[in-house]
Design a protein around this ligand. Structure first.
Ligand code: BGC
Length: 808
């Protein structure tokens, strides 16, 4: 993606709405499947070819938000428990072959057939549909054009459909088509996990019902979910020549006459119904009924398109050129993973979307990169995601208690239950060795949850949530930090020891017997921030609620006095004029970056390279991703300076710039979040290299920069983060109680863009950034004029129904 032409392109609403591939390339197929996934927040289906079951090239997958299953596997001689996002039965499968008159049946045709002449894949982002086109021709020149159109319904989150058309060229006869529901599936999408138990579904039951409906139900083990899928197959003739019920699936076989110039259609309409096990009612019966009653394909399509149109209006971000097209793809996948339907569910932010099985579908701290966008566009969804965390507050409290701490210790990786799900050992594919995994020591995840609570309430003005569930989360995380802080009499400061920062490369000091590092600057500064906000919140709460919370949480004045003390005296290490990533980071060895780049080319996973060499990245000043620099991502310079001042340090512009420069030269960007944060921080500093990192963040998934990982699921944090980078990073936008603050920096490659957001009680406030100018339009309607604060504390208001332009 070249920045070149982008600047001059106009905002063109019609352009940039498709994503596609013009040839079939087996080695790229998993990437295509991930990037062409369709979903509606409730469930998603990878963009796999309908002709193919799982194998080395193809990996169909359907995932239901929040549907995890816990299994025990034997790994490297020890029993390991894992909670996995379950791959559901494949509803898309459709086999077909030619039955020319007076000849034996041909081969089942697939993209891998020798007869394939041409293949295209098109994702229509505006409509939320996936189109696959194939053209087959046999040795005698008999052609068959096949087109599949798939949707996962954005209006009715229990429905999906796939219409296939066949068109014969140069022959007449029949096509044999088998519409299948395949429950013989497992979680085998990630090669590294092949040692783990992969079968999650059992108790399969199949039924056939009138009207071309076939149904399949099965269940997961722990916790038990009953899952039922029913597919209605519509074609002519409507009656199948044969139906097959196996122990794990169904097949409906049709013989369809084809003649020159005639198009034959087969439509599969899916109804998905699930319930927790042991709840009354039979989801299979409900699925069968729903599939039978589902509207026709054109009617489904119309309602689906209308639902997408509403989403695009609410989520709108218009950026010209190729960056705009990639951003739209990012937004598309974000909205398919976390849609307005998510607001009705109890689910978190899966780091890899509902697009694949990497990280087993777990929830990390990545919501820190996702919620700010949702706060501004889909506040109900943001609130639901925070409520998911609130429902798991008891689990976080229990985790803290077991660790001998008070308050709430949110897990680094989690799924359904809210328990810690981080693996204890991980495989280095380079060395083939299983290594202890200490990444669970990333306690900073709790601060991310608390930060999101605060930010959500500031952006949306939802005091009820902040004073209710939000306060409970924030105060319990604050309490955890205060209780974790150890006083060091020699330093005269508090310390947080034995943690891992966002840079997961450093999980111990070289030669140390115990894991973890001390005083990770990011962890300590964000902990101080949480403590300070906890105290602010206690002051701000209505008296009755404050009294109630103090009593319920047994939070006395003595404890909050300690919070205040800790928030002012947490240790923040420095070395040679820069903030140290953690105590002792500056004393680690310098890595010869050039030598490693020359030897290995891609050194993003430097940890694996060094371990395979018998060395360890713990010995070096080398970070996987933005760690200390995350502070510049979360806080404005004045906020950061104030935080440091509260901690007794002066953080001037020079120190911050030196710190940015120092880590830029010592980071391998082994996470897609890294380039995003570097791009953001450099853009805010008006740094020359900003675009390089922004561009890399934009390319994370579409160019699969982490070397083959996108096929295992998209990187949702980076996807959402890039949208937010334009909307908040470049504009410096903050929505708060005093209206909208905007302080744009200019990025030559993104000179103009526009988006709408919710602010000050108005939905659909539209911002337009043009070179040297900012336009703000507030939609007509009730409500107060929108206050706007521009750099230099210039204050304005924009009335409902008004639009104003400001020089920048
Ligand atoms: C990153 C984490 C991130 C996780 C899930 C890891 O590679 O280091 O920061 O939370 O991926 O996206």
């Amino acid at each position: 993606m070249g920045g070149g032409g982008v600047g001059s392109a106009a905002v063109n609403p019609g352009a940039g709405w498709t994503w596609g591939y013009d040839a079939y390339a087996p080695e790229r197929e998993r990437l295509v499947e991930a990037l062409c996934t369709l979903g509606n927040g409730r469930f998603a289906t990878r963009g796999s070819a309908p002709e193919c079951a799982a194998g080395t090239t193809h990996y169909p997958g359907t995932y239901l938000a929040g549907c995890y299953d816990r299994r025990t596997s034997l790994v490297d001689g020890r029993a390991v428990e894992n909670e996995d996002l379950v791959n559901l039965p494949n509803w898309t499968l459709l086999r077909y072959r030619r039955l020319p008159a007076d000849e034996p049946a041909g081969e089942w045709l697939t993209p891998d057939s020798d007869e394939l002449r041409h293949s295209t894949v098109r994702l229509d982002l505006r409509r939320g549909t996936l189109h696959r086109g194939l053209y087959f021709q046999d040795a005698r020149g008999r052609g068959l054009r096949v087109g599949h159109t798939r949707l996962v319904h954005m209006g009715d989150p229990g429905l999906a459909a796939q219409r296939t058309t066949f068109h014969a060229y140069g022959w007449s006869g029949e096509i044999e088509v088998e519409s299948l529901l395949d429950g013989d599936v497992a979680n085998t999408g990630v090669e590294r996990y092949h040692h783990l138990e992969s079968r999650h579904l059992s108790g399969h039951r199949t039924v056939f019902a009138p009207g071309g409906v076939a149904g399949l139900s099965c269940r997961t083990g722990d916790p038990g979910h009953l899952i039922a899928l029913a597919v209605r197959t519509d074609t002519r003739p409507a009656r199948p020549a044969r139906t097959t019920g196996t122990s794990t699936g169904t097949g409906q076989l049709y013989r369809l006459p084809v003649a020159r110039g005639r198009t034959v259609r087969v439509t599969k309409t899916l109804a998905l119904r699930t319930t927790p096990a042991h709840t009354p009612g039979d989801p299979l019966a409900r699925a069968v009924e729903a599939a039978g009653e589902a509207p026709s394909f054109p009617a489904l399509m119309a309602a689906h398109e209308a639902a997408w149109q509403r989403l695009w209006e609410e989520g709108e971000l218009r950026v010209p050129g190729e960056p705009g097209r990639v951003l739209r793809l990012h937004l598309f996948h974000l909205l398919q993973t976390l849609s307005p339907h998510t607001a009705d569910l109890d689910v978190g932010v899966p780091a890899r979307g509902l697009h694949g099985e990497a990280y087993r579908g777990h929830v990390f701290w990545d919501e820190l990169f996702v919620l700010p966008y949702l706060d501004l566009h889909f506040p109900d969804v943001a609130e639901a995601l925070l409520r998911y965390r609130h429902r798991r507050l008891p689990a976080a409290r229990e985790a803290a208690r077991r660790a001998g701490r008070r308050g709430a210790m949110y897990p680094w990786q989690s799924g359904g239950s809210g328990a810690e799900e981080t693996q204890e050992v991980h495989l280095n594919p380079r060395s083939g060795r299983w290594l202890p995994d200490h990444s669970r020591l990333q306690r900073h995840v709790g601060s991310a949850v608390a930060y999101n609570v605060w930010k959500y309430a500031r952006s949306t003005g939802d005091q009820a949530f902040l004073y209710g569930e939000g306060a409970e989360i924030l105060l319990e995380v604050a309490r955890f930090w205060a209780d974790s802080a150890e006083r060091d009499p020699d330093l005269g400061r508090y310390r947080l020891r034995g943690v891992v920062g966002p840079d997961e490369y450093h999980d111990a000091y070289p030669h140390a017997a115990v894991p973890g590092v001390d005083d990770n600057a990011y962890t300590n500064v964000t902990a101080a921030w949480v403590l300070a906000r906890g105290l602010d919140l206690l002051r701000e709460l209505p008296a009755a609620r404050r009294a109630e919370l103090r009593e319920r949480l047994a939070l006395d004045e003595g404890e909050t006095a300690r919070w205040d003390d800790v928030s002012r005296r947490l240790h923040v290490p420095f070395h040679r004029g820069v903030i140290s990533q953690f105590e002792g980071f500056g004393e680690l060895a310098e890595l010869d970056w050039e030598a490693y780049r020359a030897r290995y080319g891609d050194i993003r996973r430097l940890d694996r390279i060094l371990e395979a060499e018998g060395d360890t990245v713990n010995r070096y000043q080398a970070s996987k991703q933005a760690d200390t620099l995350m502070l510049g991502y979360l806080f404005r310079p004045d906020e950061l300076a104030a935080l440091f001042a509260r901690l007794g340090h002066r953080l001037d512009d020079g120190t911050w710039r030196a710190t940015v420069d120092y880590y830029l030269r010592r980071t391998s960007h082994g996470s897609t979040l890294s380039s995003l944060v570097h791009g953001w921080v450099l853009a805010r500093l008006k740094g020359a290299g900003a675009w390089r990192y922004c561009e890399e963040a934009l390319l994370s998934d579409v160019a699969d920069v982490q070397g083959g990982t996108t096929g295992e699921g998209v990187h949702l944090g980076a996807m959402a983060g890039t949208i937010d980078l334009v909307e908040r990073g470049i504009t410096g936008l903050e929505a708060g109680p005093d209206g909208l603050r905007v302080a744009p920096v200019s990025l030559r490659q993104l000179p103009r863009f526009a988006f709408t957001l919710c602010c000050g009680g108005h939905r659909g406030v539209r911002l337009r950034v043009l070179p040297g100018r900012l336009g703000v339009r507030v939609p007509a309607g009730p409500g107060a004029p929108l206050p706007l604060v521009l750099p230099g504390d210039r204050r304005f208001t924009v009335p409902p129904g008004g639009e104003r332009w400001f020089p920048l």
